[in-house]
Design a protein around this ligand. Structure first.
Ligand SMILES: NC(=O)CC[C@H](N)C(=O)O
Length: 390
């Protein structure tokens, strides 16, 4: 029996019965998921609208969140369906009211309107240390202004959850229909300019795509068509694309791979330039014959050092993944191009003799540094070269 402190209006209950007690914010109710920590100092709206966080609860290690409010431009998911993003969020301090010229709404009201259950006022450093030592736990955040919690039932709920391993969430995150996209990268004093470019036709397979990937493609000259996750290689080839982008997305790549991997293999075999990002990277690796694994420690932040071993340059990148490509499983002909300087895990691969490559990190940033934007230019160059040799 856990005795709750007076004034507690939200709790985080882990599958092993550990209880963190704090103050509720955002939506009331409860949210179940895998608990991870994110070390980004900015970009909470982009993080909480990234579809790759489906079925996860994000604990922010940066203590002050909310000061720039939220705005309609910083939504990363396509559309604004709250079910296609993080379910819950944890903060050191109660989110502050907004004080920023771009703010259209307070962060707290926005979380409430989206059904994102929030817990503030806990020792996020203790939670982070626990995750570092024991891995990412299953947990439930519950928020009740009356402070009434059935801890035993919440513990059972967390313990009974099967978790992310083996879970295909891309089918929940993907677009129902094909669409085109026309917005360019955000520029100071201009915002997002509209306008498809016509240098390349890129088909984006949407497993839960972030909008800044689409904008980054447009910035290098692409006209962008988005297709649902289950679109076949034949259907894509009939669109005569110059290249295919495999998007980020939630869930276990091995589960998603069942329907997507054979189609990706056919696209590679057709000789098309292919660029995979995060889940797209993991699924490309599966299509090329490698394996993916669940990580002890996920990577979630906007300050991770990654080395491009083809150029020996280090880039500081945005990260959000809990699965990884097993480098020891890379077959002959698949080259490791990028490595995490935090833990040495694989962060990029390329085919030695074809315009096919992918990265584990997020070159589109949003949030985070833009060191890796050059990868979109690398993809554009592959498409240019393929056009010349066609
Ligand atoms: N951002 C992503 O695409 C995440 C990929 C995958 N769901 C993982 O957690 O590793």
């Amino acid at each position: 029996m856990t005795d709750l402190l007076p004034g507690v209006t939200a709790v985080l209950v882990l599958a092993d019965g550990t209880v963190f007690q704090g103050i509720g914010c955002g939506a009331t109710g409860d949210a179940l998921g895998e608990v991870c920590f994110n070390t980004a100092m900015t970009g909470y709206q982009e993080i909480l609208t990234d579809p790759s966080y489906m079925d996860q609860i994000v604990a922010f290690t940066f203590p002050h969140v909310g000061n720039v409010g939220v705005n309609p431009e910083d939504v990363e998911q396509l559309g604004d369906d709250p079910k296609r993003a993080a379910k819950g969020a944890i903060f050191r301090d109660v989110p502050t009211p907004p004080a920023n010229w771009r703010s259209a709404m307070s962060f707290n009201d926005w979380m409430a309107s989206r059904g994102v259950v929030g817990l503030a006022g806990i020792d996020t450093r203790a939670l982070t240390k626990r995750i570092r030592e024991k891995g990412m736990p299953h947990g439930v955040i519950a928020h009740d202004p009356e402070g009434k919690f059935d801890i035993a039932a919440l513990t059972k709920k967390a313990a009974d959850w099967a978790g992310l391993v083996g879970l295909d969430l891309a089918l929940d995150a993907t677009s129902a229909q094909s669409s085109t996209y026309t917005s360019d990268l955000w520029k100071w004093a201009e915002g997002h300019k509209d306008g498809q470019k016509k240098d390349f036709n890129v088909v984006v397979i949407d497993y839960g795509v972030k909008q800044n990937i689409l904008r980054a493609l447009i910035s290098v000259g692409a006209s962008v068509k988005i297709v649902p996750a289950k679109t076949t290689a034949e259907e894509i080839l009939a669109m005569k694309p110059d290249g295919v982008l495999l998007s980020n997305g939630p869930g276990d790549p091995a589960a998603t791979g069942a329907y997507a991997v054979p189609e990706i293999k056919k696209l590679v075999d057709a000789g098309l330039p292919v660029f995979g990002i995060c889940l797209g990277h993991q699924m490309l690796a599966l299509a090329l014959g490698a394996k993916t694994v669940k990580m002890e420690q996920g990577h979630h932040g906007a300050n991770h050092p990654v080395k491009d071993v083809t150029t020996n340059k280090v880039e500081i990148v945005s990260m959000n993944h809990g699965f990884a490509v097993d480098r020891d499983s890379l077959p002959e002909g698949v080259v490791e191009t990028h490595v995490s300087l935090f833990d040495g895990t694989n962060c990029g691969i390329a085919l030695a003799n074809a315009p096919v490559f992918s990265v584990q990190h997020h070159p589109e940033a949003s949030p985070g540094p833009v060191d890796s934007l050059y990868l979109f230019e690398r993809f554009a160059q592959h498409m240019r070269d393929a056009k010349v040799s066609a």
